[in-house]
Design a protein around this ligand. Structure first.
Ligand code: HEC
Length: 107
């Protein structure tokens, strides 16, 4: 009984340790996945990969603020009705936040 508890404790400790580095890089992994999954790279390139219909998203954080990037994903057509970029206002807000935070960090 006691042995089983010790094993259980060690397993818990181990899984906790294994998760630590993963949680630190999760938003970045998720953001990169979203860039593909939401089709951004169909138009924009990022790190040399993607389309050329729109400005590259590399170093976008040095041109736009975090808020401007976030807003661009949902409300960019407010000022530029003719934009071909789709509005992502039906995408979950937490996903958009991960994506815009990630893009903003690329300065
Ligand atoms: C159908 C093509 C298309 C898709 C898909 C697309 N965009 Fe765009 N995007 C554009 C175009 C064209 C512009 C430039 C005109 C404008 O500002 O709307 C633009 C502009 C932007 C800008 C502002 C860039 C600047 O230099 O001002 C950001 C940020 C951006 N897109 C992010 C994204 C992200 C993130 C995604 C995916 C979630 C995405 N776009 C998907 C076409 C697209």
């Amino acid at each position: 009984m006691r042995q089983q508890l010790i094993i259980l404790f060690l397993l818990l400790l181990f899984s906790l340790l294994l998760r630590l580095p993963a949680t630190a890089e999760e938003p970045e992994v998720e953001a990169r996945r979203l860039l593909n999954a939401l089709g951004c790279k169909g138009c924009h390139s990022f790190e040399g990969d993607g389309g050329s219909l729109a400005p590259a998203l590399d170093r976008i954080g040095s041109r736009l603020s975090r808020e401007q990037i976030a807003k661009h994903l949902v409300a960019h057509t407010e000022n530029r009705q003719q934009s071909t970029m789709p509005s992502y206002n039906s995408t979950a807000a937490d996903k958009l936040k991960i994506l815009s935070d990630f893009l903003y960090k690329h300065q």
